[in-house]
Design a protein around this ligand. Structure first.
Ligand code: BJW
Ligand code: ZN
Length: 257
């Protein structure tokens, strides 16, 4: 059982603008592997080999199959207490005229599946696909009932290879998403960084920008990260457990008194 200071629970109750950055750790309790943990997705391959245009062009079938395997996992899992608590928090703050911005690096759409609204996706999603050459969207979608596709489908317009609609290393983040995330970071009262190693930029810069602009910076992660030393409050526990306990305590504190 976690104990949270009265001061923290009061600050959360009084906050008007909340911004939250999530990473792969939030989906860990649903059974989706993270990237950089010891048994994570990159334990066997170097990130650039799988998550870059160069890697895709060198090894299209391997990269495509890696995404298909991850789609199979994502298709079969459910949001966990971390996802659902973030939905409840959004409702609670918005009902009181506050602002709650959920910014995610995750590509699994579990936040949306849980019911979070207006989620800012910094790194795209693993569901959609588009042509790596002419950039037109492609209708291919993974389905558990169809036989798995072993190589990238071809574009109906130009014959180019179809790729997942994620953001790879060396690629720009969607400009609108990044701008909205930066605006939320710069104007929030409280910024949460949850389940991310904070190794990948520009996402990893958001908590620091928020803190510099005066926000309280809360990190939720069972392990130390690249930015733990900057956190005002560090909650060292899995996010499903930690967020449900934190929110329940916050509600108790702010309804009784
Ligand atoms: C738990 C838990 C539980 C476990 N509960 N927690 C500035 C400085 C240096 C480099 C750069 C820079 N700016 C840009 C760069 C280059 C690069 C970069 O950042 N490189 C770094 C590695 C140094 N960035 C980019 O290329 C970005 N683009 C860009 O900047 O464009 C402009 C530009 C273009 C060209 C040149 C220069 C600039 C794009 C980044 C795209 C990242 N894409 C990926 C792959 C997506 C596709 C896919 O899914 O396959 O996104 S990389 C991968 O990492 C994925 C994730 O979203 C991202 C972050 O990972 P995350 O979520 O933090 O996961 P993990 O595994 O790292 O951490 C999990 C955490 O969970 C751990 O801390 C655990 O402890 C914790 N955990 N269980 C809570 N139960
Ligand atoms: Zn094309």
């Amino acid at each position: 059982m976690h104990t949270f200071s009265d001061n923290l629970l009061q600050t959360l109750g009084a906050a008007r603008k909340i911004a939250v950055l999530t990473g792969a750790g939030v989906s860990a309790e649903s059974g989706v592997a993270t990237f950089r943990d010891p048994n994570g997705l990159w334990a066997k391959f170097r990130p650039e080999e799988l998550a870059s245009m160069d890697g895709f062009l060198k090894n299209p079938n391997m990269v495509w199959e890696w995404y298909e395997a991850r789609r199979e996992v994502v298709d079969s899992v459910k949001p966990n207490a971390g996802h659902t608590t973030l939905v409840e928090m959004q409702q609670w703050y918005e009902e009181r005229g506050g602002r709650f911005t959920l910014i995610t690096q995750n590509v699994d759409r579990l936040h949306q599946q849980a019911g979070s609204r207006d989620v800012i996706e910094l790194h795209g999603n693993i569901i959609d696909n588009y042509c790596s050459r002419c950039k037109k969207p492609h209708e291919y979608r993974y389905t558990s009932t169809a036989p798995s596709v072993k190589e990238p489908p071809r574009c109906t317009y130009c014959g180019g290879m179809i790729r997942p609609a994620v953001v790879w290393f060396g690629e720009m983040l969607p400009p609108d998403a990044l701008e909205a995330a930066q605006e939320a970071a710069e104007t929030c009262d409280v910024f949460f960084s949850i389940g991310t190693s904070a190794e990948v930029y520009p996402a990893a810069g958001l908590p620091i920008e928020a803190k510099r602009a005066g926000a309280l910076f809360i990190e939720v992660n069972p392990n130390q990260t690249a930015i733990t030393r900057f956190a005002d409050v560090s909650i060292s526990a899995p996010s499903g457990e930690a967020l449900s306990a934190l929110f329940a305590n916050m509600l108790a504190k702010n309804t009784i008194s």
